[in-house]
Structure formats: structure tokens, C-alpha cells
Design a binder for this molecule. Structure first.
Ligand code: SF4
Length: 248
């Protein structure tokens, strides 16, 4: 039997060392989405939903060459926009959101991307996650971006138990100093992409392991799966869940 994991200090005491360790691992961080201005970052971030940044970066050069302003996006032919962004998936919905969002930018903000969270989240297709990316990387206004990686790592690292992204965001805002909100988000995302994978986290190669209450989580999950399979096999052996006789 293995020794139980040593009890770790509470989240508020580990948050500092976790920040330091992440900063050492990923000193220079910025969004991977190629952009030249806030509008391009906003559009690229909408496209990045359910899609990799690398794939978004493949379509945006042609897209931004064709449409340069919010007015051009707002008045474009939807079919042309859809064709340009198709490789990013969910293209019909994304095209609708981009055009709707840009129409709002023209109507309410003089064609410019607003620089506050409250204004950004009123735009079609723009939630807190997208808004915080734009604020952090286009306006240098710190924001915690809770995507799938940030949510998963925050829970594994025991910083929060919440699954609701807004609640995770609030907890991290308490634990991380405001100037680091954007960089901390980027670092967690990078660690999620490179080490702490959703299915098979590489705990054995993880610099955060001494600070992580879920170290070895992949092994535990595999153990649980084996136990479940064994239990299901036993039930079948006992006749439970057997296919009932069919009366003819
Ligand atoms: S020790 Fe494992 S679960 Fe914890 S952060 Fe590292 S890779 Fe993720």
C-alpha cells in the first residue's frame, strides 16, 4: 500500500508558490492568437471557441486581409464570411456572432472595440472569457480568463472546487494579485496544454507536483476505472443486468 499524500497547506498559502513556479516555467507569455489590433483579437477569440489557436491562426490572415474594419465585417455577405472561417468549426454560428458583434460595435461604439468588461459582454458572442482575453491582451487591463485548462488546473491544484467559470474567476481574482491576472491565466493554459493534460496528466514530469493535491490523478482515475470494470464483471457473473428472457 502506498503512503497517503502529505497534507498540503490551504489554497491561499499555496497560490503564491504556484504563481512563482509557473512564472519560472513560462516567463514570457502572451496570447497565441495572431492579431494586430483589438478588433482582430476580438474576432480571433470568437473563432477560437471549440478550436485550437493554431487553426484560428491559419484562417485569420485571409480573413483580416478581406475585412479590415467592424463596418466591413458588419456589412459582409454571410456566405463569404462563413467560407473564410469554415475550418474553425461551428462556422455558421461564429459568422452570425462576428457579424452581429461588429454591427453593435458600429452602432454603439463608433466601430471601435470598447475597453471595459461591462461593455464587452453586451456584444453578441462575447462572454466573460472572450472579454478577459481582449482586455488582457489588447488593452493591458488584467483579467482572469477561465477556459477549459484554467478551470481544470485550478481544481486539480486545489485552488477551487467550483465548476462554474464565473465562480472560478472570482476565486482566482482573490488568490492572484491583480497585475498578474492575465499572465497567470496564460501560464495555467500553457501548463494545461503541455503537462497537465485532461486525460493523462504528466504528474511525473510536473514542476507543480509538490504543490498539487491531485498528483497522480491519472493513476487514480485508471485504478477507479479498473475497479469499476471488475465490479461490473462480478455483477454480470451474478446474473445482474443480464438480458431478460424474451417471452414469445
Ligand atoms: S501534479 Fe499532475 S495533476 Fe497536479 S498540476 Fe501537475 S500534472 Fe496536473
Amino acid at each position: 500500500m502506498t503512503d497517503p499524500a502529505p497534507k498540503l497547506p490551504p489554497a491561499r498559502e499555496r497560490a503564491g508558490p504556484i504563481r512563482v513556479a509557473l512564472a519560472q516555467l513560462y516567463p514570457a507569455v502572451e496570447t497565441a492568437l495572431t492579431h494586430a489590433n483589438p478588433l482582430q483579437l476580438l474576432v480571433a477569440t470568437i473563432l477560437s471557441a471549440q478550436c485550437t489557436d493554431a487553426r484560428v491562426n491559419l484562417v485569420t490572415p485571409a480573413l483580416f486581409a478581406r475585412f479590415a474594419t467592424a463596418h466591413e465585417f458588419a456589412t459582409c455577405k454571410i456566405g463569404e464570411l462563413e467560407a473564410l472561417i469554415k475550418p474553425t468549426g461551428f462556422y455558421k454560428n461564429k459568422a452570425k456572432n462576428i457579424r452581429g458583434c461588429c454591427a453593435e460595435l458600429v452602432a454603439r461604439f463608433g466601430g471601435r472595440v470598447p475597453g471595459t468588461l461591462d461593455e464587452l459582454v453586451t456584444l453578441p458572442g462575447v462572454g466573460r472569457k472572450t472579454a478577459n482575453v481582449v482586455l488582457g491582451d489588447a488593452f493591458a487591463t488584467p483579467g482572469i480568463t477561465v477556459d477549459t485548462h484554467v478551470g481544470r488546473l485550478s481544481r486539480r491544484l486545489g485552488l477551487t472546487r467550483h465548476r462554474d467559470p464565473v465562480k472560478v474567476e472570482r476565486v482566482l481574482m482573490e488568490l492572484v494579485p491583480q497585475p498578474e491576472w492575465t499572465t497567470f491565466s496564460h501560464r495555467l493554459i500553457l501548463h494545461g496544454r503541455r503537462v497537465c493534460f485532461a486525460r493523462k496528466p504528466r504528474c511525473e514530469a510536473c514542476a507543480l507536483a509538490p504543490l498539487c493535491p491531485k498528483v497522480g490523478v491519472a493513476g487514480l482515475a485508471a485504478k477507479r476505472k479498473r475497479a469499476k470494470t471488475r465490479a461490473a464483471g462480478k455483477r454480470r457473473g451474478n446474473g445482474e443486468n443480464a438480458t431478460p428472457d424474451v417471452k414469445t
